[in-house]
Write a protein that binds this ligand. Structure first.
Ligand code: PFF
Length: 460
């Protein structure tokens, strides 16, 4: 039997604010920074194809499940899982799912913030006209100078963490609404301008072919890692599996349609990632850059474009500013589950809870900062050489394992453990859509994640 609850942390003023907030969480560095470099490392079109399949078969159904759990529980992910499990007569241990999400959130934000710091630094570099007429060698040199200076990185990382804690401590509603409402469309427009520039290069078609024509021969040799990366990125990009969407769902008004919202968010997220890649790869090929250059990819390619195009300093500054805003609205959602838990269970005020969480993340971030200089070490991950030690380890553990496993457990909870009537009540979709969703959440999504994890650890 369901009990109608209200969240002690408030509610979105409308269904649209929820869409904006979740889009703000989903669209971030994952789309503009991580997606293109994953595509580059995984050899192009095959990754894009597998990514889209993962979004359709796992991302969308799990996002619906995560929102419905949040709205039904209306508390921090840990408490939501405990309460819903008790309501369904299940073990309280389901709350560990919320705990794992909180840990994943800390780990992700700790490195996310360092990368967001790079975008902050690039706002000023582009604004100062540093990239005017720059060659690939120059942009690479400027990037290397930045990441080899831990003090600079620490300063920018600190600024970003403070930005996130300020918003979260005031409650996600104030401030976030405007940021997403105006700045996300502006980011979209700027990406179109970048695509316009890419169209003017000789290698535009080559870039499109690379992105959209899968090379199955290449895929045959490394299917395992491409699949692992594509599925991990689908969870990362849609912010799934760690409770960020669950906590945002807990502020959702009762009548809003979960299905409609999910479709809008997933589409917006995918389109932004594709636009960013369409802008980047023609530049990569035009200037003879290495598609597999990893996390530095957008920071060495796009500045070349800004250095060549008319008004480049202006557009470049605006671009990195908007990427920073996109990162900010995602960073906030990474912190929110832990903060709500500290408020609910430890009786802290929102401000104290945010300060404590921010501090933990800030400290953890130092590992990432040092991964690009003093503590850099390389290791082999499925034949790919990863060069940035702890940063890569945090990224792989969270995106490739913790988020997909979190998402799989949510799918199992909703599909196998929760009464069917409960999910039907919450989703309120027509029977045909419900049945498709039910089948996917019960069989396809959990089996997909399980398959990927077993493959990853070498069992299959
Ligand atoms: N989805 C964000 C991005 O693509 O940048 C990153 C992220 C936010 C991942 C929130 C996970 C999360 F819970």
């Amino acid at each position: 039997m369901s009990v109608k609850r209200t969240s002690i942390h408030g509610q979105w003023s409308s269904h649209w604010v929820f869409i904006l907030a979740v889009t703000g969480s989903a669209v971030g560095l994952g789309n503009i920074w991580r997606f293109p470099y994953m595509v580059g490392e995984s050899g192009g079109g095959a990754f894009v194809l597998l990514y889209v399949i993962c979004v359709l078969l796992m991302g969308i159904p799990i996002m619906m499940a995560e929102i419905l759990l949040g709205r039904r529980g209306r508390q921090s992910p840990v408490n939501t899982m405990r309460v819903l499990a008790e309501e369904e007569g299940l073990s309280r241990h389901w709350q560990l799912l919320g705990l794992m999400g909180m840990i994943a959130g800390f780990l992700i934000l700790s490195y996310y913030s360092v990368i967001a710091g790079w975008t902050l630094a690039y706002i000023f570099r582009t604004g100062a006209g540093v990239f005017e007429g720059a060659s690939a060698d120059t942009t690479i040199k400027i990037f290397n100078e930045l990441v080899s200076d831990p003090e600079k990185l620490l300063a920018w990382h600190t600024v970003f963490i403070v930005m996130c804690t300020v918003v979260v401590s005031r409650g996600v509603k104030s401030g976030l609404e405007q940021a997403v409402c105006y700045l996300m469309p502006a980011l979209f427009a700027l990406l179109l301008i970048m695509v316009g520039y890419a169209m003017s290069t000789d290698k535009f078609v080559e870039g499109l072919v690379y992105l959209f024509v899968p090379d199955f021969e290449k895929l045959a040799g490394n299917f395992r890692e491409v699949f692992l990366n594509a599925s991990g990125h689908a969870f990362f990009s849609l912010s799934l599996g760690m409770g960020a969407i669950m906590i945002y769902g807990s502020y959702l008004p009762d009548r809003a349609s979960i299905f409609g919202t999910t479709m809008i968010i997933a589409t917006a997220d995918t389109v932004v990632a594709l636009l960013a890649s369409i802008a980047i790869f023609p530049i990569v090929f035009t200037y003879g850059l290495e598609p597999a250059s990893g996390p530095s990819l957008i920071f060495i390619t796009l500045p070349i474009a800004f250095g060549q195009m008319p008004g480049g300093a202006f557009f470049g500054t605006l671009f990195f500013f908007l990427v920073m805003i996109a990162a900010w609205t995602s960073g906030i959602s990474l912190l929110e589950p832990a903060v709500t838990w500290l408020v609910e269970n430890k009786g802290l005020t929102r401000i104290k809870a945010t300060t404590v969480s921010g501090l933990v993340v800030w400290l953890l971030g130092i590992c990432t900062i040092l991964s690009f200089n003093h503590w850099a070490f390389s290791f082999n991950f499925f034949g790919l050489t990863k060069e940035n030690g702890l940063f890569d380890i945090f990224d792989i553990i969270t995106a490739n394992f913790m988020l997909p496993i979190g998402g799989m457990l949510m799918a199992i909870f909703v599909g196998w453990r929760m009464a069917r009537q409960s999910s039907r009540d919450e989703l309120k979709v027509n029977e045909k859509i419900y049945r498709i969703w039910w089948f996917t959440i019960r069989y396809i999504a959990p089996a997909g994640v399980l398959l990927i994890c077993l493959q990853a650890v070498g069992v299959l």
